[in-house]
Design a protein around this ligand. Structure first.
Ligand SMILES: [Zn+2]
Length: 205
């Protein structure tokens, strides 16, 4: 389990770096839609997954380095199937400020365990406001299982995809109902965050 925790930690660490490191922005396609499931864009996701490989502990690095092109290329698969599979979109965000409580922050108030959250809010509500934290848990369990069974194809697919979901979960605009500043006269801030800032970082590097 320690290895998986390290993998997750490495991915999280690199989320911010993905935006400020070098590389071309020519294939970066910012996507702002009428829900909050769009995030980072292809450039960001691929960069994050690629860089995460270099933070892995020795025992894992060799395996992932050998497959770095796959891990990079398939970082965007969950976004590609978002429009084909109805259940996919809520896996990319959580509008956690929907869950108001008088004395607790939403992060304290919303249960970390899926079953408890369903009990408190119903599954329909959770799906309506996004389920990314719980879906990362699901992906981690699947990945652990794939490693135990030495299923290489599955390990690679799940690794690429868990990197995507963790990348999404790290975006502040994916934790709020005001995901595009539309409630506060700041419409367009989503695109500013995921396209203008990376482009600027590219210019000044
Ligand atoms: Zn996504």
């Amino acid at each position: 389990m320690k290895r998986f925790s390290q993998l997750l930690f490495s991915l999280v660490l690199l989320l911010g770096l993905g935006l400020i490191m070098g590389g071309t922005t020519s294939n970066f396609e910012p996507k702002v839609t009428n829900n909050s499931s769009a995030v980072w864009g292809f450039y960001g996701h691929q960069k994050i997954n690629r860089l995460a490989v270099f933070t892995l502990p020795k025992g894992m690095f060799g395996f992932y380095k050998n497959h770095i092109e796959y891990i990079t290329e398939h970082a965007v698969d969950p976004d590609k199937r978002r429009y084909a599979i109805e259940a996919e979109a809520p896996r990319h965000y959580i509008d956690i400020d929907h869950y108001h409580h008088d004395s607790l922050t939403p992060f304290e108030f919303v249960p970390k365990r899926w079953e408890k959250a369903v009990e408190l809010f119903t599954e329909d509500t959770l799906q309506a406001y996004g389920i990314v934290p719980w879906h990362v848990d699901v992906m981690q369990r699947r990945l652990t299982y794939a490693f135990k069974n030495k299923e290489v194809a599955k390990i690679l697919k799940l690794s690429a995809e868990i990197g995507h979901y963790i990348g999404d979960a790290s975006v502040p605009l994916h934790t709020t109902e005001n995901y595009n500043g539309q409630l506060t006269g700041q419409r367009g801030i989503h695109g500013f965050w995921e396209s203008r800032i990376p482009e600027f970082a590219e210019l000044v590097k």
